[in-house]
Design a protein around this ligand. Structure first.
Ligand SMILES: Nc1nc2c(ncn2[C@@H]2O[C@H](COP(=O)(O)OP(=O)(O)OP(=O)(O)O)[C@@H](O)[C@H]2O)c(=O)[nH]1
Ligand SMILES: [Mg+2]
Length: 391
């Protein structure tokens, strides 16, 4: 599957830069392109120059709202982010149009941090414009949810996230949810290491995108997972993850063993990888709420029996009994087995519920506060009415 990736704001741009790195890796390891175009869009010029893989020209690092923000961002004011994106959308569309191989792409992926200003405010607007321009290509969003400490210290964080989630859900064909907090819960040393978190965010996409693009016969699966399968598996709120297990066995590495212990080991590795994928999901969710699911098993060809795929399939069915499940296999080099997993069309996600609940309350408080401020200002104006002015 080939994606056009557009990163909005600082977080979106950096994660898009990581996607561009993934594309380089696909070219090196598999000789396939998985991203015909990767773009970063920001109101902040410094953020754009801090990227490393996305091409440095103005058609790939796109500065918007320069006149209004002086190139310094919108300071978390998501309304301004949305307005600027609307005004400068042509810059993005022009850049897309000039992409070589644009028509080979299967879908768009639009990435943003949900709690900032530029990315959070513009992601729904940009998704909407892209959908209008290119109605036959799906537009997916990938939203990064804030850390808990950001929610505690800054009220605007939760408000922006809720507004961004609601608006984006109403336009995008699917919304991948990524919870920043989940990465540091597992490994506290990641707290200050956003670039490492970004690598973990994009990793589960790698096999999924490469599998359907393989040209070399020995790496083409018995059941290939192509763009059509992935598109059919994506709708609404979506979680993604991947898990690994080693499948090295003793004895002759390249002989297919009929020993029942090897077979047992193989199935055990498969299930271990599914369990890891499940605990590494980008957002906490209950797979029983998924209406669609997809898994891709990648392993050395010799290790990938139909028995293994069936066991993994049964396991996923067990986890997500209400989902339509699609799957594929991807033979590859190395001694690892990995399972990439997607749960989509989720009917409930705890984090979203929390954001909506606290923002509904907050909206009333903010409105009230706004009204009080306006009343006070009016009072003061009244008092000064008879004072002469020099302007
Ligand atoms: N995973 C990850 N999260 C990030 C990164 N950079 C920022 N964030 C998160 O994104 C949110 C802030 O959004 P930004 O992308 O910095 O904001 P922006 O879109 O540039 O908007 P303004 O700076 O207000 O114009 C916070 O929740 C951060 O924790 C990053 O590189 N990786
Ligand atoms: Mg910024």
């Amino acid at each position: 599957m080939k994606l056009i990736v557009i990163g909005l704001g600082q977080c979106g741009g950096r994660v898009a830069d990581e996607f561009a790195r993934l594309n380089q890796r696909a070219v090196m390891e598999h000789k396939v392109f998985i991203m015909p175009g990767v773009f970063a869009v920001n109101t902040d010029a410094t953020d754009l120059s801090g990227l490393s893989v996305i091409k440095p020209d103005y058609q790939h690092r796109i500065l918007i709202g320069g006149r209004r923000t002086g190139g310094h961002g919108v300071g978390k004011v998501n309304e301004l982010g949305a307005e600027i994106a609307r005004e400068d959308a042509d810059k993005i569309i022009d850049a897309l149009r000039s992409t070589k191989n644009f028509y080979e792409s299967d879908a768009f992926l639009i990435v943003a941090g949900a709690a900032g200003g530029t990315g959070s405010g513009s992601v729904a607007v940009v998704s909407n414009i892209i959908k209008e321009r290119y109605p036959d290509k799906p537009a997916y969003a990938l939203l990064i949810l804030p850390f808990e400490h950001e929610e505690r210290t800054e009220e605007r964080t939760v408000y922006n996230a809720a507004v961004c989630l609601k608006s984006t859900y109403s336009v995008a064909d699917a919304v991948f949810l990524v919870d920043n907090q989940r990465y540091i819960k597992k490994d506290a040393s990641l707290r200050l290491n956003l670039s490492k978190i970004n690598k973990l965010i994009v990793e589960p996409f790698y096999d999924l995108l490469c599998a359907g693009e393989e040209k070399e016969a020995k790496y083409v699966g018995a059941k290939t997972l192509d763009a059509g399968d992935i598109i059919q598996s994506l709708s609404g709120w979506t979680a993604i993850g991947c898990g690994y297990a080693s499948v090295k066995r003793k004895g002759f590495l390249f002989s297919r063993s009929s020993d029942f212990r090897d077979r047992d080991r193989e199935v055990h590795s498969g299930l271990k990888a599914v369990d890891e994928a499940l605990s590494e999901l980008s957002i906490e969710c209950d797979p029983r709420d998924a209406g669609r699911a997809l898994f891709l098993t990648a392993a050395p060809a010799k290790e990938m029996s139909t028995g293994l795929i069936k066991e993994i399939g049964d396991w996923v069915r067990n986890l997500a009994p209400n989902a339509v499940i699609r799957n594929g296999d991807y033979p590859r080099k190395g001694g690892n087995l990995s399972v990439s997993l997607i749960f989509s069309e989720l009917s409930d996600v705890g984090r979203i519920r929390e954001y909506y609940r606290s923002t509904a309350n907050m909206a009333t408080v903010l409105k009230q506060r706004g009204q009080e401020t306006r009343d006070k200002l009016r009072e003061i104006e009244e008092l000064g009415r008879d004072i002469p002015s020099l302007i």
